[in-house]
Unconditional design. Structure first.
Length: 367
């Protein structure tokens, strides 16, 4: 029972999900845990500390400051920075983070910084674009990339990687298989030119499940660790790690014709009982969930959001629910999942989870 708006983070569920994914990959395949965006909206430090204890091989973050936070918290496991900004390369070196280099601009800029700091054989990760068309070198640029790296003792290729575009979508299976072949060809050519071996990684969570033949040397698991798998049927026993809960602050009886909230967006067609909850769009529940789009659960029953979502509050219809002020309210948990809540708002669990404000209290549980 919570006493305020709280994000509960279930470490037992986290271990369950980690173990499921670990069991799906080969014994010698390494696992990288993605902990960017506050570990998908939870708590990057606590999650990383827990996963480090389980023996994860690598972490990945999006930006350098996210990696710095982990290092300051005592994380020793290697950390790949997926989208480093050159302005912070000095900080990356200071905290022993490892950059993804995806363009000649980033490659040359990083080598310049490493040379200025008199470093040798600093580990770097080279990203290739195999069809996502977001970041990465092209296959035609392999020789030029290798020539630059081989002419500089300052850097050493730790891994070569790419990203599947639609590994969860059965309709795009042929596209994914083409990406896998493309990546295989890239790594073969790269290794023959650079003259030494490196870690190869391509699969995300749904890639691990749908394309076990594409594990290569390491897999990158993000959303699966947090309890989702991007596919229609969750038959892999993943358990959502996060549960967002709050309480009823006040209950009002609204007569026919009266309105609720800003702009009088909701007008009662008959008498209603309305509960006000201390959570709003500043906490991550966007305005698009208002006016009946989103719903919460009170005493196991669904209560629709009425009127516009406010910055710090939402109002819900409890006319048919026996409840009182102070009662617990569930926005999402392992039963009424974040995936379902997000779907009602025409979005995805990623956006909902990573959007939970840092002002929301985090509590860690094991059950």
């Amino acid at each position: 029972m919570v006493g305020e708006t709280t994000l509960e983070i279930n470490l037992s569920a986290l271990k369950n999900n980690f173990d499921i994914l670990r069991a799906k990959i080969n014994k010698n395949t390494m696992m990288l845990a993605v902990v960017k965006a506050f570990a998908y909206g939870s708590d990057a430090v606590k999650i990383a500390q827990f996963l480090e204890g389980l023996g994860v091989n690598y972490f990945a973050v999006a930006y350098i400051n996210e990696g710095v936070l982990l290092r300051k918290a005592g994380i020793k496991t290697p950390i790949l920075v997926l989208h480093p900004q050159p302005v912070n390369f000095g900080l990356l070196l200071k905290f022993n983070l490892e950059p993804s280099l995806y363009s000649f601009n980033t490659l040359n800029a990083f080598i310049k910084v490493v040379n200025a700091n008199s470093k040798e054989n600093f580990p770097v990760h080279i990203k290739f674009n195999t069809g996502l068309n977001r970041l990465g070198f092209s296959q035609q640029q392999i020789k030029d990339v290798v020539d630059i790296i081989n002419s500089n003792r300052s850097v050493h290729v730790k891994s070569v990687f790419s990203h599947l575009a639609a590994s969860e979508d059965e309709k795009e299976r042929d596209f994914s298989l083409n990406q896998i072949k493309h990546f295989h060809d890239i790594t073969e050519t790269f290794q023959s030119l650079c003259g030494y071996s490196f870690i190869r990684h391509l699969c995300n969570t749904s890639g691990v499940i749908n394309f076990p033949e594409a594990q290569f040397d390491m897999v990158r698991c993000g959303i699966g660790i947090y309890g989702f798998n991007n596919m229609k049927n969750n038959n892999h026993k993943f358990i959502p790690v996060a549960a967002l809960k709050t309480i009823i602050s006040q209950i009002h009886t609204i007569e026919k014709g009266q309105s609720v909230g800003y702009n009088r967006a909701f007008i009662a067609e008959h008498d209603k009982k309305i509960a006000t909850l201390p959570i709003g769009h500043a906490d991550g529940i966007g305005r698009h969930y208002g006016n009946g789009v989103g719903a919460v659960h009170i005493q196991g029953q669904r209560a629709s959001i009425v009127g516009n979502v406010c910055m710090d509050m939402i109002m819900v219809d409890i006319s048919e629910i026996d409840c009182k002020e102070g009662d617990e309210v569930v926005l999402f948990d392992k039963i009424a999942t974040a995936e379902e809540f997000a779907m009602n708002g025409n979005t995805i669990s990623y956006e909902l989870l990573t959007g939970i404000s840092q002002r929301v209290k985090r509590v860690f549980i094991s059950e």
